[in-house]
Design a protein around this ligand. Structure first.
Ligand code: AMP
Ligand code: MN
Ligand code: MN
Ligand code: MN
Length: 279
């Protein structure tokens, strides 16, 4: 299978490299088909596409939309859409609009737990302040010694039930899928192994996502172990989903994989990316 990476982040959301740098790194690591999928924002796509073009690497437009589904937060990756589509751009703008206000509430809650001025601290890490995220909070909390690394900061401060976590309403699942598909793209349920839901709820989600127009499941993910890949490969086949694959790269030394080294799917899975392969 050709090396593909259809899930990566840049400084446009919570990654540490610029869009051009992520593209160069993926290409240097052998990637042949790439998508930049920043959270809720398309601002990096023009530079990423331009850089990929200069390197001769196939590029697909991408985004990762934050969704509230009941009490769950889901991520829906959109691939291969028209980045100028007005309804998609407008929809993403509404998703971004809530982020700063949410960050203020997170900072207030952390101040109440004895950690002041976190918003100012996190802000330094967010090159695109509209896209301030828990990852930026995490980097600042590591900087001031609240935990040894980003991963443990999430467990101590930023997960549900912890002082830095506040409830927030993201896009609705049907909206996110419609924005993507109406713009000519493919909606992919990102890293299903990360959602803390039982198998029955997951099945309800897979039926619902399909009914709404979702077409693929992210089977290969930097967040998935071998058992997840095999489990979601089976579910993709059972529910008639195409399979996608991406590293979910954010930054070197922050846990997930380096960009550009993905693309192996379990036997019998149908890759979502066939339509974008270079001739
Ligand atoms: P937000 O969209 O602001 O809720 O931030 C979510 C982002 O935080 C994800 O996209 C990841 O980049 C990061 N994240 C979430 N959970 C973890 C975790 N357990 N360890 C490291 N990073 C995480
Ligand atoms: Mn992220
Ligand atoms: Mn995600
Ligand atoms: Mn991601």
């Amino acid at each position: 299978m050709i090396p593909v990476d259809l899930h990566c982040h840049s400084t446009v959301s919570d990654g540490l490299l610029s869009p051009r740098e992520v593209v160069r790194l993926a290409h240097a690591r052998g990637c042949e088909l790439f998508s930049l999928t920043d959270h809720d924002d398309l601002r990096g796509l023009a530079d990423a596409a331009d850089e990929a073009h200069a390197l001769g690497m196939a590029f697909v437009t991408g985004v990762e939309i934050s969704v509230s589904w009941g009490k769950h937060v889901l991520h829906v990756v959109g691939l291969g859409f028209d980045p100028e589509n007005a309804a998609l751009k407008q929809g993403l703008e509404t998703v971004r609009a809530g982020r700063w206000e949410r960050a203020e509430r997170m900072a207030e809650s952390l101040a109440g737990a004895g950690i002041p001025d976190v918003l100012e601290g996190a802000r330094k890490y967010a090159e695109n302040p509209e896209m301030i995220s828990r990852a930026h909070f995490a980097r600042y909390l590591v900087e001031i010694g609240k935990a040894k690394d980003v991963r443990s900061v999430f467990y101590k401060y930023l997960k549900p039930g912890m002082p830095g976590f506040v409830e927030h309403e993201w896009a609705r699942l049907h909206e996110a899928v419609k924005w993507i598909t109406d713009a000519g793209g493919v909606a992919v349920l990102a890293h299903p192994g990360r959602y803390e839901m039982g198998p029955e709820t997951l099945r309800v989600l897979l039926i619902e996502f399909k009914r709404l127009g979702g077409a693929a499941l992210e089977v290969g993910s930097g967040c998935h172990g071998a058992a997840d890949v095999s489990r979601f490969g089976k579910l993709a086949k059972e529910y008639g989903y195409l399979a996608s694959c991406g590293t979910d790269y954010h930054a070197t030394n922050e846990g997930a994989r380096e960009p550009g080294l993905n693309g192996d799917l379990p036997f019998g899975c149908e890759p979502v990316w066939t339509r974008w392969l270079p001739n």
